[in-house]
Each structure stands twice: as structure tokens, then as C-alpha cells.
Design a protein around this ligand. Structure first.
Ligand SMILES: CC[C@H](O)CC(=O)C(=O)O
Ligand SMILES: [Mn+2]
Length: 358
């Protein structure tokens, strides 16, 4: 299948910048998008969306709790459906697409990884904070031994300069990652910063290791950031239908695929079929929960805060009767990383106490 279903040909343009480039899309509606629905996707929702993505020719589909394998917990929110069932349900629909799962070492374990592999997983994406690549080693090694495609996922990539991020990517590649992603968890990067990071990884990694980009939209540049990544040498890009995902959400897969088509890239995806999955299935299933670039989501990107903190901050704001925006601004001064969700409560309590007369 090719992406040549573009209805308009711009004959005045020069050669499109990605002409002939093959770009591998991973759709994370059913994983990162799970944050948007507080991890309440039903097995029916997963069956419908994964069938649609498979039909549209999306090559890779990520499915699990929003925080990855083992994420369903008091700390991260209980999922409606256990990972096992989500994975089995998606597997039954994905006749052509590869099935991927995310794993954060410590949230998910080697045992979770083995179970997922038994249920037909094709790809494991091992995520760490961008300074902690070494803790992905045993999961990447095990992934290779299980015959999976292995991906390293460097979260909060805005917190390191390009050369240091590239050194961490090298650690993941040496541990067996076949693709290493720049992950803009806070949606804090702008296109020029994505370009320098992707270019640094491309230079530091052996040619057989690919570079990927996972963009969030908190500064409104999810799709432009993904395009900048492709132009700087990334050949794996993430998106989610309608941009469903933590914070202001991700680069919207259907928008990204249409834009890549205009740039001359080959994704193998039927653009119109994908637009229909987003507009019909995902919009219906997630009505009322589609991500918005509202004040709090914008502040996440502006202050460089992990997108998955949004719902935790909303809950703390309600519980302690303080403004969400004040929590995010105060968190910005602490430079917290994923896993430090407790700090949100500390900050909310401190703000509430400051308001009380002593
Ligand atoms: C909690 C995992 C997180 O949602 C992973 C991710 O997609 C990111 O860091 O952007
Ligand atoms: Mn994300």
C-alpha cells in the first residue's frame, strides 16, 4: 500500500523534503492515549481501534496501561482491563501490524515482559528517564532473547543537551536496542531542539540502529517536531489518533501521516482510512476526553514537566483546593522526573498551607 491517496498535488512546490524516505509509524492511541481516559479502555474499545489501525496499514500499534506493563496500580491508576487481556484482544485484530508494549523498569518486570511475549508481543519499548539508560539493559537483553524487536525510549529528553542524550542512547544501543527514541515527555522541545538531538543520536549510533521521536503537543508543536525529527534522520515516529495522550496529547497520527505524505515520505499507511479511524472510532470512544491544549497542559510544556503528571495535578488541585497552574509552576522549580508523582502532593499541600492564616 502506498500513501499516494493525497487528493491535491502541489505542482508549484520543489522536491518534497522526505522524498523516497521510509518512515515507520508506531501508533500509541491504545497506550499513551490511555492516560486521556484514565486507563479505562474496554476490550471492545481496543478491538475496534486496533482493527481500524490494522485496516489502515499502520505498521506498529502500542497497547497497554498508559504507564506500560504493570502500570495498573494505586500509584498510577487502576486499568479497566488487565494488560494480558488488552494484549490478547489487540493481537487477535493485528493480522498485519506489529504489536508493541511499553515497559518502565521497576513498574514492569521481566516477568511482565515474558508473559506479554507469550501472548504474541512483537516489540518491547523500554523506557527510562533520559539520564538512566543503564537500567534498561536487562529488559533489552531479555527482549532480544525472546526474539522481540527492541526499542529504547529516553523520556524527558529536553532535560539533557544533545551530546549527553546521545551518550545515553549509545548505552541503550550497546544493551541491544535496535531503535532509540528521543522522547519529549513534557512536550517542552521545539523543532530546532528536536533536530539537534536527533542529529546527535544519528551520529553517535551505529548505522544499523535507528532513531525515533515521540512528540507531545504541550507547546503546540507535536507534528512539526515529528517532521523535524524525520528531516534530521529519524525513521521511526510515534503518534496517536486525535493526539490522544498525556498532557496536551501526542502528535496526531492521522495529521502526521497526511503531512508525511505531502513531504514525499512513504509510511505504507492509507491516509484516508486512518483519518476515518480517528474521526469515527476514536472520537466516539473518547468523546469528552480528547486532549486539549488548555492552560495547565501548556504550562507542562512551558515548565518542562512530565505530561503524565497532568491528571495527578488535577486531582491534587481538587483535593487541596489550590490552582492546577500553581502546582505546575511550583513543580517546575523542582525539575521532577517520572516516578516522582508524590512531589505533586507535597507541592499541593505546601500551597494550601501557605494560603491558611497561621
Ligand atoms: C509513563 C510513561 C510515559 O507516558 C511514557 C511516555 O509516553 C512519555 O514519556 O512521553
Ligand atoms: Mn508520551
Amino acid at each position: 500500500m502506498s500513501t499516494t491517496d493525497s487528493p491535491v498535488v502541489d505542482s508549484t512546490d520543489h522536491v518534497p523534503p522526505l522524498t523516497g524516505r521510509r518512515i515507520q509509524i508506531c501508533d500509541t492511541t491504545l497506550r499513551d492515549g490511555s492516560h486521556s481516559v484514565r486507563h479505562q479502555f474496554s476490550a471492545d474499545d481496543v478491538a475496534t481501534v486496533s482493527a481500524g489501525l490494522n485496516r489502515a496499514g499502520v505498521p506498529m500499534v502500542e497497547v497497554t496501561h498508559g504507564d506500560g506493563l504493570g502500570g495498573s496500580s494505586f500509584a498510577y491508576g487502576f486499568a479497566r482491563c488487565p494488560d494480558d487481556e488488552l494484549i490478547r484482544t489487540a493481537r487477535a485484530q493485528l493480522t498485519d501490524s506489529q504489536l508493541a508494549a511499553l515497559l518502565l523498569p521497576g513498574v514492569g518486570t521481566i516477568e511482565h515482559l515474558r508473559r506479554a511475549a507469550d501472548q504474541g508481543l512483537d516489540v518491547i519499548r523500554v523506557a527510562t528517564h533520559c539520564t538512566e539508560a543503564d537500567i534498561a539493559a536487562q529488559h533489552l537483553t531479555e527482549g532480544r532473547e525472546l526474539g522481540l524487536v527492541t526499542v529504547g525510549f529516553l523520556m524527558m529528553s529536553h532535560m539533557l543537551p544533545p551530546d549527553r542524550l546521545a551518550a545515553q542512547a549509545r548505552v541503550m544501543a550497546d544493551a541491544g536496542a535496535q531503535v532509540v527514541y528521543v522522547v519529549d515527555s513534557a512536550g517542552a522541545l521545539l523543532p530546532h531542539q528536536v533536530s539537534t538531538r536527533v542529529a546527535a543520536l544519528r551520529t553517535a549510533l551505529p548505522p544499523e540502529v535507528s532513531v525515533g521521536m515521540h512528540a507531545h503537543n504541550n507547546l503546540g508543536s507535536g507534528v512539526p517536531n515529528a517532521l523535524a525529527a524525520a528531516m534530521a534522520g529519524a525513521d521511526h515516529l510515534d503518534g496517536s489518533c486525535h493526539g490522544l495522550g498525556a498532557g496536551a496529547g501526542n502528535a496526531a497520527t492521522e495529521v502526521l501521516v497526511a503531512a508525511l505524505d505531502r513531504c514525499g515520505a512513504e509510511t505504507g499507511i492509507a491516509t484516508q482510512a486512518l483519518i476515518d479511524v480517528a474521526a469515527d472510532d476514536v472520537a466516539r470512544i473518547c468523546a469528552g476526553n480528547l486532549p486539549a491544549l488548555d492552560r495547565t497542559a501548556l504550562l507542562l510544556g512551558y515548565c518542562g514537566i512530565y505530561s503524565s503528571f497532568l491528571l495527578h495535578a488535577r486531582r491534587a488541585a481538587q483535593q487541596y483546593q489550590v490552582a492546577e497552574a500553581d502546582i505546575i509552576r511550583a513543580l517546575g522549580r523542582h525539575r521532577p522526573v517520572g516516578g516522582q508523582e508524590d512531589l505533586i502532593i507535597d507541592v499541593a499541600i505546601a500551597l494550601a498551607q501557605r494560603r491558611q492564616p497561621s
